[in-house]
Design a protein around this ligand. Structure first.
Ligand SMILES: NC(=O)C1=CN([C@@H]2O[C@H](COP(=O)(O)OP(=O)(O)OC[C@H]3O[C@@H](n4cnc5c(N)ncnc54)[C@H](O)[C@@H]3O)[C@@H](O)[C@H]2O)C=CC1
Ligand SMILES: CC(C)CCC[C@@H](C)[C@H]1CC[C@H]2C3=C(CC[C@]12C)[C@@]1(C)CCC(=O)C[C@@H]1CC3
Length: 345
């Protein structure tokens, strides 16, 4: 009779490992002595100790070889929020996550760590020190958020102590750091087009921005603490820098660090939000004829003009989490890592 080989606890897979967070996670896992199998729709780098599997996570047959002899899987793949493509989000984040769960169960994977998002509870209104027991957004602000909610529910509901399949969800917020393709590049592009002169609202709203290495640290702690007797089974965890900052102070520090002027003039929040909503509707109506992507989407305006910061007390208590890089150091390292985005470069 063939005996099943028990997967090594130091062998793991990172789905979405070619992305911003995924690659930082892979690098840290290698440092900690793991061997890593990366599954992604694209390959963006090569590293010793990493085996790449290129494919779409919605395709179980493509996924299975990447999970062979793996005991721990991190799922941090998602289409970019900026794509605003409902069908793509539903296919990848919902159906694809079902496929990931099935593939994990079939392969004998014991632990699945999902990268969710703190935005699953965000409806465009203030959240101050939000805890994990806040209800999911009833009216999610965009398709990305809507499908991240369904994805998180699927993964947490799949946790089955009897069968030895343990799941946990990490909810980071506003990830930034070297190689981020989103926050700093969009900010600089907006500044270069002369559109970063305005502060939306009174500029006092507090927000969490989380340095990527802290997000990685939270994922690894969650994975290593996940066992049948741990309180984290089937639970979500906020992971932030635990240093809420005014949204516009953070933007200004990054902009000034890169040689651009900080925004100065104030615009009323409701006016900008209404304009962003109208533009979004116009882009939707015109989509069959032409494609244009407004910079100020309703989601971005809501994020820029409201309080949204979260408590990570649960992660501190259950996972022993504590940020490893301060906001000040994170911003300095981020600014330094983008010489090509500096003013005049
Ligand atoms: N960047 C942020 O501020 C935040 C991100 N998150 C979550 O963190 C995770 C990682 O995000 P980032 O690293 O910022 O994004 P990213 O876009 O850099 O990485 C996502 C990766 O997923 C891959 N991918 C997309 N569709 C795929 C498919 N069908 N099959 C296989 N691979 C596929 C992409 O090729 C990419 O490498 C995502 O789940 C995102 O929802 C959560 C909170 C905040
Ligand atoms: C044009 C300006 C008003 C804003 C420029 C910066 C924004 C691009 C970023 C500020 C907050 C960021 C953020 C995300 C994406 C980039 C920002 C909007 C997420 C939506 C990424 C995915 C998530 O899960 C939540 C993030 C919240 C913060």
């Amino acid at each position: 009779m063939a005996t099943r080989v028990r997967p090594s606890s130091k062998r793991c897979a990172v789905i979405g490992g070619s992305g911003f967070l995924g690659r930082h996670l892979v690098e840290k896992l290698l440092d900690r002595g793991y061997s890593v199998s990366v599954f992604d729709i694209r390959q963006s780098y090569e590293l010793p100790g990493v085996t790449f599997h290129q494919g779409d996570l919605c395709d179980k047959q493509a996924l299975l070889p990447a999970l062979k002899d793996v005991s721990l899987v991190f799922h941090c793949a998602s289409p970019a929020p900026a794509s605003d493509d409902r069908r793509l989000f539903e296919r990848v984040n919902i159906q694809g996550t079902r496929t990931v769960i099935q593939a994990c169960v079939e392969s004998g994977v014991q632990k699945l760590v999902l990268t969710s998002s703190a935005s699953v509870v965000f409806e465009g209104t203030d959240i101050k020190n939000g805890k994990e027991d806040l209800p999911y957004a009833k009216k999610p602000i965009d398709y990305y958020t809507q499908t991240k909610i369904e994805q998180e529910k699927l993964v947490l509901e799949a946790c089955d102590k009897e069968k030895g399949f343990f799941t946990v969800a990490i909810r980071p917020h506003g990830i930034f750091g070297p190689r981020d393709p989103q926050l700093v590049p969009i900010l600089v592009d907006t500044a270069r087009r002369g559109k970063m002169k305005f502060i939306i609202g009174d500029g006092t709203n507090l927000v969490d921005f989380t340095f990527v290495e802290n997000v990685v640290h939270g994922h690894i702690l969650a994975a290593e603490r996940l066992r049948s007797d741990s309180p984290s089974c089937g639970k979500p965890y906020h992971i932030t820098n635990d240093e809420p900052i005014r949204f516009w102070d953070f933007m200004s520090e990054v902009l000034v660090g890169l040689g651009y002027a900080a925004p100065r003039y104030h615009l009323p929040y409701t006016l900008v939000y209404t304009l962003a909503l109208l533009l979004w509707l116009l882009a939707l109506i015109l989509r069959p004829l032409m494609s244009f992507k407004p910079t100020f989407t309703p989601m971005r305006v809501a994020l820029a003009g409201t309080h949204h910061y979260y408590s990570c007390d649960r992660a501190k208590q259950d996972l022993g989490y504590k940020p490893v890089v301060s906001l000040k150091e994170g911003i300095a390292r981020t600014v330094q890592s983008y010489p090509h985005l500096k003013q005049g470069a």
